[in-house]
Design a protein. Structure first.
Length: 279
């Protein structure tokens, strides 16, 4: 697979940031290590959030892809977002990579055994309200940024971030995107997690629902139900696909600055979905 020089350079910046400032925020790393012409400061409530802007590499601009990235994610982290953006910008999409930190959590009880990575949120109570407000602020700022471009605007989000967005669209607190690409949406709370099933089935915007068994048992528990509910409700423009554990989206910490070729799978899957929608 041909890897662009821009991608390699961006990976070098990204991996350097992750190595030197593992405890720092993604926003700080973007502001510190990426070229200033690729950094946009988004006004989010009372703070400035540094986001990464990657322009379309095609003369025909299709619109804007808003990618919400998380440094702690094993899938949609910053370098995974860069791999994804490399595919989408080649197809005519402007990409805006916005950092979203994990919600604040408090342990509900002391686990008897060390937590497994797949269960790292099952014994925690996440601060839903503050996280919900944070996600809304960032997406509203991203919508404002996207207005300068013609075409469609869609969002790519993972896990709890995706769950918060689905809730916001259901409430009418956010304008609906032209489509949502949801990677393993879940919330580590039974009732809210179950509500996602109905919210997706009732949604009027197109949804690419990617299930990720390695992300969390919470999202795996509702994957079949999400698909069934979408079929029963005759939801238009819904597709569910499974991302297998052997397919990685990013390559942070792998000891190389070159992207994992399997990471391009997500970009191709999304592009296939967009072509299905006629974009």
């Amino acid at each position: 697979m041909r890897v662009s020089q821009i991608t390699i350079s961006l990976f070098a910046f990204c991996l350097c940031a992750l190595a030197r400032h593992a405890c720092g925020s993604v926003s700080d790393d973007i502001a510190r290590y990426f070229p200033s012409e690729k950094v946009t400061q988004l006004a989010v409530l009372d703070e400035q959030v540094a986001a990464l802007t990657l322009p379309s590499k095609s003369p025909l601009s299709r619109g804007v892809a808003i990618v919400l990235v998380d440094a702690q994610s094993q899938s949609l982290n910053l370098d995974g977002g860069l791999i994804l953006a490399d595919t989408l910008t080649a197809k005519g999409w402007h990409c805006l990579l916005i950092p979203v930190d994990r919600p604040a959590v408090l342990p509900t009880e002391t686990p008897a055994m060390p937590l497994k990575p797949i269960d790292n949120t099952t014994s925690m109570t996440a601060d839903y309200d503050s996280y919900y407000a944070k996600v809304l602020g960032r997406v509203n700022a991203a919508y404002s940024f996207a207005q300068q471009y013609r075409g469609y605007t869609f969002i790519i989000a993972e896990g709890m971030t995706s769950a918060s967005l689905i809730d916001a669209f259901q409430r009418g607190a956010l304008d609906m995107p032209d489509t949502l690409v949801s990677l393993g949406a879940f919330w580590p709370e039974y009732e809210k997690n179950q509500q996602l099933i109905a919210w997706l089935a009732e949604s009027s915007y197109p949804v690419l629902d990617l299930t990720m068994p390695m992300l969390s048992q919470w999202q795996s528990a509702t994957a079949d139900a999400r698909l069934t509910a979408a079929k029963v409700s005759l939801k238009r423009h819904y597709r569910q696909r499974q991302l297998l554990p052997t397919v990685g989206l990013g390559n942070a910490g792998a000891g190389t600055s070159m992207p994992n070729p399997a990471g391009a799978w997500l970009g191709q899957e999304i592009y296939s979905w967009l072509r299905y929608l006629g974009w």
